[in-house]
Design a protein around this ligand. Sequence first.
Ligand code: AMP
Length: 815
Amino acid sequence: MMDEYYDDENGDSIYANDLTSELLNVQELLKNNSLDELLKIDRDNIREKEKEKQWYHGRIARDVAEDILKKGLVKHGNMDGLFLVRESSFSSSSFVLSLYSKGIFFHFQINEVKSAHFSIDQGPTVHGLDRLIQNYQEQAQGLPTHLTLFCKCKPPPDEQRYSGVTNLLHRAVLENIPEVVKQILASKYCPSVNAKSEWGMTALHDACYYGFEDVADLLIRNGANVNCFDKDGQTPLHRCCTGNKAGIISILIQEGNANVNERNPKSGWIPIHQAAYKGYLDCIKILLDYHSPYLPRADDDTTPLDLAENYEHADCVKEIEQFEQPKVITHKYDWFHPEIDRQGGQKLLELKGLREGLFLVRSSKKNPDWHVLTLCHDQKVFNYEIKTKNYRDRHMYFIDDGPFYKCLEHLIQYYSYHANGLPCALSVSVNTTRELVQISKDDEYFNLVDTAHRFPTNVSPALPPRPEDLDMTYSESDNPPVSNAAHHHAPLPPSPTPPTSSPPPPPNHPPPISKQHSITKKPEVELRQIDRKLLSLGKEIGQGEFGSVVKGHYKKKPTGRGKTEKIDVAIKLFHKTAINNQEDFLKEARTMQQLEHDCIVNFIGIAESDNHELMLVEEYIAMGSMLDYLIDHRENIKKTDLYLWAAQIAYGMMYLEQQKMVHRDLAARNILLQSKERAKISDFGLSRAVGSNSDYYKATTGGRWPIKWYAPECVNYGHFSHASDVWSFGVTLWEMFSYGEPPYGDMKGIEVIKFIEEGKRLAKPENCPEIAYTQMKKCWNNEPRDRPTFKALNTHFQSEDEYVSTRDFMKTIRK
Ligand code: AMP
């Protein structure tokens, strides 16, 4: 085959394939061509090679994606499997596969399971969007069809890829010619500094592996990402440790704020694990100088000491074993309060103003060997168990999957440098005489704390929030704020000699790993969007967690031929000020979209207002909140009404259980009345899917929890299940039969917890029939398995003679 010529702008020409065959090194190519000429040829060469990956369209809306696909279908004759990939319009770095098959447009959410590892639905988790799409081009694997042609735009972003095309920058870096690297970086034709080579490395990864210090320095100064992962899940710091290039470690940390705690998403190894595995003593020493933990734990609990020993690196074993922790600057009496309990810890921190990073340590009630770190972040209090474990005959302290430390002081000192999984680093403590003490750090390393903030690791908080982490229900008085004398729903909460052509993948794979990260993240459905122009907004009807709720109209387009229908809707507005909560708002919308039941408020869609605020549109429920109705219309409510609503709520909850969903906020304020004959469950802001192999959802993040409606296992362990929803149902029944009284009166959340722990329960409301109160008490059984199911509750409220009136009404419910 004839080589193709490339004509440059001046009419001079060179063999394009001289550049691409990589027989010539960059310096030789530069003898006959200007750098800009070479870069332009390189750019065209990359475009040519990336032609098959130009399926990425950036951030476009769903309807725009469908329009593009429709045009593609006209061009390609209704080609089944025509597709494109786009960024989700609702959450950045989340992607959607838009696909045409057999007359239908499908939109599949692409989930980022862990850094740059993606999956669709229950399909396999694959490193890189590029490899994910390639897999689905080969096989349908559960999609309606395998992917065939695509609508052309551009290749996927660098950081979400497994590999790319080796460019001139990669080659100049591999040839270690800083002058040329500098010129390339200054050229307007410079490729992306974070582009990946065909070996899945960025230029910085290569510079680090080969130890090209000047080049690494230049790359960092020109925006190279110091914490990005290569195809083996290694950061540039890991690469230094694979290539034994201790000198660059300082450059990465000092110039680039590289994070010594960054975990390899495939194994949980941090850089010092890599150095210990390879037996590179200098790297270990310098990492320790930069406050790397010396006994961090990988996903399978392996420490660098275990690796050094297994791979027989005696000098490294000695170094780690004999490593002397720098003298601690912090002392136990600065923060340890052995006498204080949970509540006391909370109170003391509140008294000291809940400032960011304020903390104390107390004893654990669960285990006499354990402690609890009580820490303020974002004006809330979080508690983390400091557990102990016997490791090599030593008593070690640790938090969650964090490093081992021989003593508490060292652990505290470590977390004052690195947040590493905690919401923030420790900065100020309360000492035994209740004064504030600034945790001293030597200034040289102060930046490291910043690093932890800027590049957070994927470690989750150690524990679910304990009740004292949370705002105990709503207001100071622990009751929802009052309006119209009613309790409204309140806001909750890589050869030592560098090759001249592309190098083979470096021998750096860690040994097989025993434990993988969980990949059971539930796929997210794409949200149904509606056109803003079809909506009109009316008066405010309530205040929700994210903003106001207004009544409105929606011009619903008919599915067939008929006329446009104007329907009443309730529109939940998402205020810009609540921007941090956007994901929660969208979560609520996604949950609602999956539900369809006569006893559950129907989701219509999501729209964007003219000033880009989000709106959640749902069916309008005319009589509003059941709680308000109970309070305002007590005299019009018959027992039979209450029985019917109870049966309907249990029926809706039965459906929710079939959908493997827990509500987590079942309360009278969250039941809406469409009519006196129809109650509907609403407010799915706290709702979560339970795993396919478990029957509970484990909460790992804080928020505002309605403690008074929660079962003990929710409060104590963050375990939410259908049985804990049943407990809340019991409290809801109590609210109904007491016509909207606040449960537990003026008691504070913490008092309620104690009250329940003592075996006490809410008293029978006045005039409440014994048969109904008996059901409530069953719902409040300490043992989740001994509580009735929603099915049993639904049956109960229809089958007993007392409830004869509900049966006919229940028959009218379709599902
Ligand atoms: P929420 O954000 O769901 O707690 O809603 C706050 C308040 O807005 C509720 O207490 C109701 O009064 C009102 N509201 C919410 N959704 C609807 C709806 N679909 N129809 C009528 N009123 C609603």
